[in-house]
Design a protein around this ligand. Structure first.
Ligand code: UN1
Length: 493
């Protein structure tokens, strides 16, 4: 059994508290992965001090050379893909095929970042005056605080850390306390790839570490993925302190299946969307909105197939659905199942902890489907973050769109139809950051902007080209080579 450390000021160190937390396999809690430091504000203080030195150095490295480091990170991730997928499944539970996808998303993000080092475009535009040049370009900002969730233990940190670094910032990284091992390996790889040590700091620990990062006056920008509740608190602090903040928070994503849909295709989509990652995705399909003409037939197909999903250890062949990440998450699902029953929804499948044999040692929960779920009920409105799908019947596409939009969140949505007009109407009318046609609510690719509207976010996007705007600041340069005072807005008019 290994005792891990945080990485602060260029060294692997114990936390100031000297305390450790156990990291156990959620599929089998007898399996102890290691002990990880329970840091506090003193560790963050040292990390930020060091990151400031890292920033002073790193911001002067040309962006293409910063990109070279990220290319090497991508190469190492390619080499270590299987090993990392395995350790990720061991600490958070989703099946190996999914954790391999998670590593691949990190690889894609690394290679995208590497090439962005040779772009980072600004604009050159005409000046209104003669013999004067006008342009904008991008500058690094400072120390970036990166606070990430457990469900994509590698991909989500890479979405934030790689663009932050490519833009020339230094990073203080706090991974979710359920997945410290993946965070450890990611930092190890950044260092192996040649990142100067003070440019990245890893502080393990509970929520107080995240709070200390957000509160620290020398952390200039914060990128957070997690619950809307915590994101709102972070937003208050960052607003008061004038920090740049990117929030990626809750979702209540719907898949809409219309009468003309290919039902077999929609069935594969909803099973993957609702029960992949045991429903623990911001992009999980947690609502299924079905048009009345196919409702009964489709629900039957769905319940039959979902009943056959194989629960188990994600590292074993044949497992479709892994455990939940921890006991509080499982309890939360239990609470929502009671809420659903209390609201009069029909429990069509599941609704219990999954037990028996090996399952008794992990945090398993049965794939759960409620039908007759009323639009506006708590089950239909609130994020559950577990394997619970609510089915609501509607009469037409217009009603489906209304039900989709009538929630506080707006991450992703999906429509199954063969009607091209409805497909384009959906893109235009659904209040989400991402809409899929004939594909489930998950499946975002690393080179496109990712994020949501309403209470899901605060207007920023991760991924693609847009995240580089978050992690850099626009500066404008005017060069007057006329040799005379030229007054803008005055001399020409
Ligand atoms: C998340 O749901 O928390 O959309 C992130 C997807 C992934 C990312 C999801 N690539 O499928």
């Amino acid at each position: 059994m290994t005792t891990f450390k945080s990485f602060i000021a260029g060294e692997w160190v114990e936390s100031s508290t000297g305390e450790y937390a156990e990291n156990r396999n959620p599929a089998d809690t007898r399996d102890l992965i290691g002990l990880f430091p329970k840091g506090d504000a003193r560790d963050v203080q040292r990390a930020v001090e060091s990151a400031k030195k890292g920033f002073a150095l790193w911001k002067n490295i040309p962006a293409p050379a910063r990109g070279d480091v990220l290319r090497r990170v991508g190469d190492i991730l390619v080499r270590r893909k299987d090993e990392i997928a395995d350790l990720m499944t061991r600490e958070m539970g989703k099946p190996i095929a999914e954790t391999k996808g998670d590593v691949q998303e990190g690889i894609d993000t690394a290679y995208y970042a590497a090439t962005e080092g040779r772009r980072l475009f600004g604009h050159t535009v005409p000046s209104e005056l003669r013999n004067k040049w006008a342009m904008s370009f991008r500058r690094p900002i400072g120390v970036a605080g990166i606070i990430t969730p457990f469900n994509f233990p590698l991909a989500i940190p890479t979405w934030k850390i790689f663009p932050a670094l490519l833009c020339g910032n230094a990073v203080v990284f706090k991974p979710a306390s359920d997945v410290p091992h993946t965070g450890h390996v990611l930092v190890e790889i950044l260092l192996d790839a040649g990142l100067p040590p003070e440019v990245v700091q890893l502080v393990h620990g509970p929520g107080r570490v995240g709070n200390a990062i957000v509160d620290h006056p020398d952390v200039a920008l914060v990128s957070f993925t997690g619950s809307t509740e915590i994101g709102s608190k972070i937003g208050e602090t960052c607003g008061r302190m004038h920090k740049r903040l990117s929030l990626e928070m809750g979702g209540k994503n719907a898949m809409i299946v219309l009468d003309d849909a290919d039902l077999d295709l929609a069935l594969d989509g909803v099973l993957w969307g609702a029960f992949g990652t045991t429903g623990q995705r911001c992009t999980a399909t947690s609502r299924l909105i079905v048009q009345e003409g196919v409702h009964d037939a489709f629900v039957k197909m769905l319940v039959d197939r979902a009943a056959k999903l194989k629960l188990g250890d994600g590292r074993k062949k044949g497992t479709d659905v892994g455990p939940m990440v921890n006991e509080p998450s499982r309890k939360n699902v239990e609470t929502y199942v009671q809420i659903g029953k209390g609201e009069g929804a029909t429990l069509a499948l599941g609704g219990k902890q999954a037990t028996g044999g090996e399952l008794d040692h992990g945090y398993f929960y049965q794939p759960t489907i409620f039908t007759n779920v009323k639009a506006g009920s708590r089950l239909e409105q609130e994020e559950i973050f577990g394997p619970v799908l609510s089915v609501t019947k509607v009469k037409d596409a217009a009603e489906a769109f209304t039900v989709n939009n009538d929630v506080m969140y707006g991450l992703s949505s999906s429509v199954y139809t063969r009607d091209v007009n409805i497909a384009f109407q959906a893109l235009q009318q659904l209040d989400n950051g991402i809409t899929y046609i004939n594909a489930p609510t998950i499946g975002a690719e690393a080179h496109l902007p990712f994020g949501g509207v309403k209470a899901t976010g605060n207007g920023h996007r991760e991924g693609g080209w847009e995240v580089y705007e978050f992690f850099s600041e626009t500066k404008v340069g005017y060069i007057d080579y006329s040799g005379a005072l030229q007054r803008a807005q005055i001399d020409n008019y």
